[in-house]
Design a protein around this ligand. Sequence first.
Ligand SMILES: NC(=O)c1ccc[n+]([C@@H]2O[C@H](COP(=O)([O-])OP(=O)(O)OC[C@H]3O[C@@H](n4cnc5c(N)ncnc54)[C@H](O)[C@@H]3O)[C@@H](O)[C@H]2O)c1
Length: 270
Amino acid sequence: MKNNILKGKKGIIFGALDSSSIAWKTAESVFNEGGEFILTNAPVSIRMGSINELAEKTKSELVAADATSLEDLEKLINIATDKFGKLDFILHSIGMSVNVRKGRTYTDLNYDWLTKGWDVSAVSFHKLMQSLFKLDAMNQWGSIVALTYIAAQRAFPNYNDMADNKAYLESIARSFGYIFGKEKNVRVNTISQSPTLTTAGKGVKGLDDFLNYAQLTSPLGNATAEDCANLTVSLFSDYTKRVTLQNIFNDGGFSNVGVSQEIIDKLNSK
Ligand SMILES: NC(=O)c1ccc[n+]([C@@H]2O[C@H](COP(=O)([O-])OP(=O)(O)OC[C@H]3O[C@@H](n4cnc5c(N)ncnc54)[C@H](O)[C@@H]3O)[C@@H](O)[C@H]2O)c1
């Protein structure tokens, strides 16, 4: 799609690591729709990933920032507003659980790791919005989007402490979104995305099984990273001006299905 619906809009995109990242696809879609942005990621991810390639492709500046550091966030926002003036859109596409990475089960969590993952995956969203709010960095009718997963509402055992992080993230979106809406006319939403094969996704034990199950359950099939990117573009555009405080399921209908005939057929064929 190329309709220039983000022409003139400026923002910051967090979380593009490599070409499988949802934030990578989003940056490409935003660029195709005429938006301009700064790309950012944690310094270590910039060293390990291939974000430089994306920066070149989308003619974007790349600024390193650890999203858990208020100092880094403030610097990043100041660089962005010096370059663009006030901002129209922000994508928070960040998630990491040390317990998941290190294979600790939910009944044997390491709480230092839990705190680290919570800070990266959920509190960073509050830190980001608080920094934007205090610096008065958002334009009226701007749009802030964070990515989440349905394990915030339903039990998915292998999702581990990320489920709790996502529940916290979604709550921050509502709580901060209320204030951002009231005081600055800024939208805040989360997108609850289908399981997707990315670096973070692959870290979840049994992701392939999740993917297949969701694919067989969803009447429209799993939403891809590109689908998520396009939904984010619409949430950044003026076509969704009064959509706020929502958790929007981009999941092919998965969240409202009890069981599908395909799953029943699979069980009966055994
Ligand atoms: N892949 C899935 O199945 C899926 C499903 C639903 C929601 N999500 C969410 O989508 C978002 C993007 O994940 P993805 O699947 O594209 O994987 P990804 O691994 O490509 O992206 C995760 C990003 O978080 C960044 N990050 C980690 N720690 C950081 C820090 N301290 N500061 C700044 N950035 C940091 C990583 O560098 C990486 O770029 C995450 O919030 C994830 O939970 C993913």
